[in-house]
Ligand binder design. Sequence first.
Ligand SMILES: Cc1cc2nc3c(=O)[nH]c(=O)nc-3n(C[C@H](O)[C@H](O)[C@H](O)COP(=O)(O)OP(=O)(O)OC[C@H]3O[C@@H](n4cnc5c(N)ncnc54)[C@H](O)[C@@H]3O)c2cc1C
Length: 465
Amino acid sequence: MKYYDTVILGAGLAGLSAGCVLTRAGKTICVVEKNSSVGGLARTVEHRGFRFDLGGHRFIAQNNKTEQFVLDVLDHNALIVPRSSKIYLRNKFIDYPLKPANALLGLGLKPTIHVLADYAATLARNIVAPRRPVSLEEWVVKKFGRAMFDLYFREYSEKVWGMPCSRISKDWAARRIDGLSLGEAIKNAFSGRNTKQIKSLADSFLYPLRGIGDIAERLRKDIERENTVLTDTSVVRINHDGHTITSVMTKTGQHLHGRQADDYIASIPLTQLVSMLRPAAPPAVVEAAARLAFRDLVIVTIMLDREQVTDLTWMYFPEKNIPFGRIHEPKNWSPLMAPKGKTHIVAEYFCFAGDPVWSASDTELAAMTVDRLSDMGFIKAREVIDSSVLRVPKAYPLFDVDYARHCDVITGYLEGFKNLHLSGRSGMFRYYNMDHAIESGIETAERIRNRRPSSQEVEPALVEA
Ligand SMILES: Cc1cc2nc3c(=O)[nH]c(=O)nc-3n(C[C@H](O)[C@H](O)[C@H](O)COP(=O)(O)OP(=O)(O)OC[C@H]3O[C@@H](n4cnc5c(N)ncnc54)[C@H](O)[C@@H]3O)c2cc1C
């Protein structure tokens, strides 16, 4: 059995940030990661000279401390990328963030009048008969009117989440995801507010030269100056005595190892954590975990013998007849992402593990992507030189209208373990962006550090006593 101050489960940005803070504080730690590389959802893949994220990851920090942390980790080697995105709707390109004339009038005069009249009626209804929204549909209709909901929200939200908007929690809306920001942007246009005041509509973002995965790679290096990051190693069991976690079992290849620590930081999916507890969690907790779900993702990348396809950072496809939801061209984020004279398009397919998209062969997925991109006039089939398909499980915690109740049951039980600390996006089942994941890792580590100072931090007099 190996002993540490802290064992960290998962080497995504939350786990690595926690590991970095604890390493700097002189702690003995071990980070355990099941994948062969670090970074989790925020990793960059290299494929025969082409680099791409699992869906383009822009870094925007809500607070300066997190931004500074990331800039320091990157040694300030990051680009400031101007954001330039469009929505492809009804064979038209609409600027995103929305410009009012383009967004509404671009769709025709009749829909515009309909949206505006409906919006006015909604405002009146909210005053006469106010209601507390529960679902995404209710939230959006209350804020922007049903016509706007039907035009801009329904299809994209249902594509992302794979369920009706009446079943999606309004909490997701509160996180200002991109589909929703579309409405925010129109609302801003109505109210005359400046889009720069809203982070999700910011017109530029930070991006490391060699892809978002650089952040995780650098964090790993910092940790490995003093400590260990184990890749290709899964946590398979979490032992406890009812009040404390006593050890974890990890598996590398066929070899099992026991690892013991004062504290355990868990950034692996919350549902998995529950299933690994020994003795098993109470039936109500296991049942609650079974009711939480994740949305999965298939990333199809098409490599092209061509200089550039668009000058955009992202393009959104809300319509259901287009099988992917979003594309990006990594070269437009950093020129180091593609070999000279070549480019690639990364398409995101939102799906559930085991459904027809997830189960389709790589060849079928690549062919479907090439066909659709060609049909829409973005590429020509003869330009395609290679493709890559990646399946990303548990990409999005699924916020249905009941998720909070189930989460409360689980976290209420886990709070009983005084040395277990949940952190990060899937670890806490929160709709976290990278900055939130990093922040939650830092905060967790600081809490542990402050509660259990290492020998270097303890006053000499106290050490002697
Ligand atoms: C398509 C997409 C686009 C996104 N775009 C943006 C963006 O533009 N900007 C932004 O700020 N955020 C974006 N995000 C969100 C961002 O990716 C996450 O907030 C962040 O990466 C979460 O980090 P984490 O460490 O909390 O979780 P994760 O990255 O999920 O890390 C958890 C880690 O635990 C590991 N693990 C799981 N089970 C085990 C086990 N049994 N044993 C050992 N290890 C295990 C996993 O392999 C993983 O490495 C995007 C997310 C997606 C899916």
